[in-house]
Design a protein around this ligand. Structure first.
Ligand SMILES: *Cc1c(COP(=O)(O)O)cnc(C)c1O
Length: 558
């Protein structure tokens, strides 16, 4: 047997080759490229192993902390990547993987991203990006118009203005939210009299000057955890992110919001920003944005809308009314890498006013000169890729009308699935879909009756047993690799706010069929039978509840 050497020799000539000469026609890399461009889905299906391998076992392939001393041949290494990484990755675009917000991608993005990477533009400044800068400004302008519906004159005045920006392109919703709240904080504590502004003097001196005891950002209790990071980073402290109670539809209660603002003000804490969520991560619900906007206007605080996931709904003329009031927001976060079907790393924050970002403007002499059109002077991130080109391409190739079809299809599919769940005697819909996200759980038929007839400790016990079953089903389903739903924990009104584990489904993949939805339920029903012990505990509690219930019956019949 001939042992094939996996290593090459580190020499300068071969190093030069990796910068200049492409891999030969028969090489592993070339074959992969062909497979990907011919049939991406087939490539993913063939190379990702569906059966789950424990993470501990996968870790064994990634143990060495030493940077290799000997170079490997590209083809050999590519094979290694296929075996150890691709095979053990997650098939996020599989139509039966309906548990996450990470979407399937249109095939044309593969070759286009190759161009993007080959050009390797850096959007931080014009010198390294040229046409990419006006392109990015246009993309930001398009999303701005989608939200705020400005006039042609507005966009021709501001979209390309060197000293203004309509928003910032960034790597994702987290950075977008941080950027929005950074602007809000700096505006709330701006220069005045002898005070030079929080950006110069810091939070401690700002508090002393303005006479506040603290700052607060208000958001519904369903707010995304990125807001906590923002509060921490901006020096407000995680406790400064104040949760406002929600109603039974997981929407913030405007009255509670008003009360919270008053309470904070009495404590000399400045509620400088309110975040409305347009599509919560766990239930997909939308806060009453117009009402929040009015409260913010009265209280003179910054109104930010976190539409990272739900913002794409604005593409649909049929459903954009669900986000009514978003046009009153001072800033809005939208992730193109969620429902706009772009690859990871495409977030945006849009500002209603073209002067908002003045609050976070930074200049440096060697780069980012004042008056230049460099984007880096008004973004949190420095070097950034030409990702906006892919958004630009999608806007043209898919178009607003195309996006509307996709969004409508997702929303209607979720409504269909919700109906389907409600027709089953042994499934419970926990949160109804407002957009394309819903939650539910498996509950044996008799047990559903028992849930309704129990309360207090008995209800809590039964609910806890159901939680175990939901976790078991979700985990087994993921491990078997055919389909995937995620799971989260809610506190439904209906079940006395008990911690309730639920399946969470996001239906944004256009390739997910009704048959797949039926099959997901069938599989879950089947997996439940693989947990006889859990089922018999549930059965036991169920019977004890129902028999107690029945024993009362004679007393109500004469
Ligand atoms: C996904 C999401 C975020 C965070 O976005 P990233 O792109 O993951 O940083 C923030 N808010 C909401 C509502 C989200 O759904």
């Amino acid at each position: 047997m001939v042992l094939k050497s996996k290593t090459a020799e580190a020499n300068f000539d071969s190093l030069l080759r990796i910068f200049t000469v492409p891999e030969g026609p028969g090489s592993t890399l070339t074959k992969i490229e062909e497979e990907i461009s011919q049939n991406l889905n087939q490539f993913l299906r063939e190379h990702i192993v569906s059966e789950e391998k424990p993470l501990k076992a996968i870790e064994q392939d990634f143990l060495s902390s030493q940077i290799p001393e000997l170079p490997e041949f590209v083809s050999d290494h590519t094979q290694h990547l296929l075996d150890k990484v691709v095979a053990q990755s997650v098939h996020t675009s599989a139509p039966s993987f309906i548990g996450h917000m990470t979407s399937a991608l249109p095939y044309f993005l593969m070759p286009l991203s190759k161009i993007m990477i080959a050009l390797n533009q850096n959007l931080v400044k014009i010198e390294t990006s040229k046409a990419f800068t006006p392109l990015e400004r246009q993309v930001v302008g398009m999303l701005h118009r989608l939200i705020y519906s400005g006039t042609d004159d507005f966009y021709s005045q501001w979209m390309h203005s060197a000293n203004h920006s309509l928003g910032a392109f960034c790597s994702g919703g987290t950075i977008a939210n941080i950027t929005a709240l950074w602007v809000a904080r700096n505006n709330a504590l701006k220069a005045q009299g002898t005070f030079q502004g929080v950006e110069k003097e810091g939070l401690f001196r700002a508090m002393k000057y303005y006479g506040y005891e603290g700052l607060a950002i208000l958001v519904s209790e369903r707010g995304h955890y990125s807001l906590k990071k923002a509060a921490d980073l901006l020096g407000i402290g995680q406790e400064g992110l104040v949760a406002v109670p929600t109603d039974e539809h997981h929407k913030v209660k405007p009255e509670a919001l008003k009360k919270t603002i008053q309470r904070l003000k009495q404590q000399r804490i400045l509620p400088f920003a309110v975040v409305g969520v347009a599509g919560t991560t766990e239930t997909g619900n939308i806060d009453p944005l117009a009402e929040i906007a009015d409260i913010c206007q009265q209280e003179n605080c910054h109104f930010h809308v976190d539409a990272a996931w739900g913002g794409a709904t604005l593409m649909s003329n049929q459903y954009r009314h669900l986000l009514h009031g978003i046009e009153k927001a001072d800033s809005v976060t939208i992730d193109a890498h969620k429902q706009l079907y772009l690859p990871m790393g495409a977030g945006m924050v849009l500002f209603k006013s073209p002067t908002s970002t003045h609050a976070i403007e930074h200049h440096a002499q060697y780069i980012l000169r004042e008056g230049s059109k460099d984007l880096g002077s008004r973004t949190l991130e420095g070097s950034r890729s030409g990702m906006a080109m892919l958004v630009y391409a999608c806007m043209h190739i898919i178009s607003r009308a195309g996006y509307e079809l996709l969004v409508n299809e997702s929303i209607q599919k979720a409504a269909y699935f919700a109906d389907l769940i409600q027709q089953q005697s042994d499934f419970e819909l926990v949160s109804e879909p407002e957009l394309c996200l819903l939650t539910y759980r498996y509950v044996p038929e008799q047990t559903r009756l028992a849930l309704q007839q129990s309360s207090g400790d008995t209800l809590a016990r039964l609910n806890q047993q159901l939680n175990e079953l939901t976790k078991f089903i979700q985990k087994k389903q993921r491990e078997s690799g055919k389909s995937f739903v995620s799971r989260t924990r809610l506190n439904p009104d209906r079940w006395q706010h008990l911690d309730t584990v639920v399946f969470r489904v996001v239906l944004a993949n256009p390739l997910t069929t009704k048959d797949i939805l039926h099959a997901v339920l069938e599989e879950q029903r089947h997996i439940a039978t693989l947990a006889p012990l859990l089922l018999s505990q549930i059965q036991h509690t169920t019977e004890s509840i129902l028999s107690v219930g029945n024993s009362h019956e004679p007393s109500i019949t004469p």
